[in-house]
Write a new protein. Structure first.
Ligand code: PMP
Length: 437
């Protein structure tokens, strides 16, 4: 006999009693009207009351083709019929091999090696540890430091938080973190150094990075950047040439470049990977979120042969990379990722995402003139609408008004599910969003 369905009220009571939600003030959550997702269809989520919501932030920036995609569903089912999980520690698996070969084929040239993890933060952690160990094996053990940017976000584990630069999220943990060299963010709307122009602000940011690397010559192993857009800081876009400029600075100082494409990867900014737009191939490329089309938790770090070569040696030579997770390279995740990447080939997903972004840009013009809108930022299907108390002075809204949050709550009542970042209303629909949606 089918179990009777629990009512939304009943589920919500259990939710509040037992589930500790991420990035959520639970006292506030308990006092807000419940939204409990029950199912989904295409770009829409359906709650336990049968209400439909457009998935306006791609279920936290990871959904690509919408929900319940037959090809991905089938691939996971087929893999379930073989094996759900076995370890990659010392043994292989068919889908993890196929996926690594596929990623090597589609990634910027030279990135041939794939190390898997389950989330963006772990992959960033892996990239940092790999960069650190790489220099030890190259006879430069003094290169232990990293350079990162203000307003960066790379995830919530302690290494990722160390290179992160968002006060609200990261400041409380400062005593636990390692010290990082910090260059300013090219956030010209609120440039702390007074550079009003986007390109000028970007040039200043690069000049500081350059100077810091010169001052700390031989100490820095790698620079880490979210290319084209700093996502979690509120979709802060970089001026043209910023990424290529940074790559040149890294080359000049013989420092590794780690690009964190957890958010920007898989078509989000108009190309499969954001770094393609400036012809940059990093030493380490960090991928996550959209890698499985938004289906299952998976991430990866891609490296080149020359980067990986110093890790080779006898088992006793101390060159092994001692890092891994129980579910590293899980077969169901790999199967979902392979089906996802097949869809990129067969459905022209990136080009369709670009068309959607062009339409979105024309629709966003209406917001530019609103008195509460300070700046509208867009790169492909990543959009941030920064709200202000006063357009002239750019004064930030009174935090107690929770302006962006209330905009999102209002939209939720109108059937659109989005989440703000501070004072920034974020739009990041799936690449499959249709014009009428
Ligand atoms: N890097 C970037 C650029 C991100 O945007 C995020 C998540 N928003 C992460 C890393 C962390 O990924 P995860 O939440 O999967 O750990």
């Amino acid at each position: 006999m089918a179990a009777t369905r629990r009512s939304t009220d009943d589920l919500f009571r259990a939710d509040v009693a037992h589930v500790w939600h991420p990035f959520t003030q639970m006292a506030d959550y308990a006092a807000t009207e419940p939204l409990i997702v029950d199912s989904a269809e295409g770009n829409w989520l359906v709650d336990t009351e049968g209400r439909r919501y457009l998935d306006g932030v791609s279920s936290l920036w990871c959904n690509v083709h919408g929900h319940r995609v037959p090809e991905i569903d089938d691939a996971i089912r087929a893999q379930l019929g073989r094996v759900a999980h076995s370890t990659l520690l010392g043994s292989g698996s068919v889908p993890s091999i196929e996926l690594a070969a596929k990623l090597a084929e589609i990634a910027p040239a030279g990135l041939t090696r794939v190390f898997y993890a389950e989330n963006g933060a772990s992959a960033v952690e892996i990239a940092l540890k790999m960069a650190f160990q790489h220099w030890r094996h190259r006879g430069q053990p003094g290169r232990t430091r990293f350079l990162a940017f203000a307003n960066a976000y790379h995830g919530d584990t302690l290494g990722a938080v160390s290179v992160g630069g968002i006060e609200l999220f990261h400041e409380a943990f400062r005593p636990l973190l390692f010290d990082v060299l910090r260059a300013p963010s090219p956030y010209h709307y609120r440039c702390p150094d007074g550079h009003a122009g986007h390109e000028e602000c970007g040039r200043h940011s690069l000049a500081v990075a350059d100077r810091l690397l010169a001052e700390h010559a031989g100490e820095v192993g790698a620079v880490i950047l979210e290319p084209l857009v700093q996502g979690a800081a509120g979709m802060i876009t970089q001026p043209p040439g910023f990424l290529a400029g940074l790559a040149e600075v890294c080359r000049r100082h013989d420092v590794l470049l780690i690009l964190d494409e957890v958010a920007t990867g898989f078509g989000r900014t108009g190309t499969l990977f954001a770094c393609e737009q400036e012809g940059v191939a990093p030493d380490l490329l960090v991928l996550g979120k959209g890698i499985t089309g938004g289906y299952l938790p998976m991430s990866a770090v891609l490296a080149g042969d020359a980067f990986a070569e110093p890790f080779l040696g006898a088992p006793t030579a101390g060159r092994t990379f001692y890092h891994g997770h129980t579910y590293t390279g899980n077969q169901l995740c790999c199967a979902a990722a392979l089906a996802n990447l097949d869809l990129f080939d067969t459905r022209d997903v990136v080009a369709r995402g670009r068309e959607a972004a062009t339409l979105l840009a024309s629709q966003l013009e209406r917001f530019e003139e609103l008195p509460a809108v300070g700046q509208v930022r867009q790169r492909g299907l990543m959009v941030g609408i920064e709200l202000v108390a006063d357009r002239e002075t750019r004064a930030v809204p009174d935090p107690r008004r929770r302006l962006a949050w209330n905009v999102c709550l209002g939209l939720r009542r109108r059937g659109v599910l989005i989440r703000p970042l501070g004072d920034v209303v974020v739009l990041m629909p799936p690449l499959s969003i249709r014009p009428e949606e």
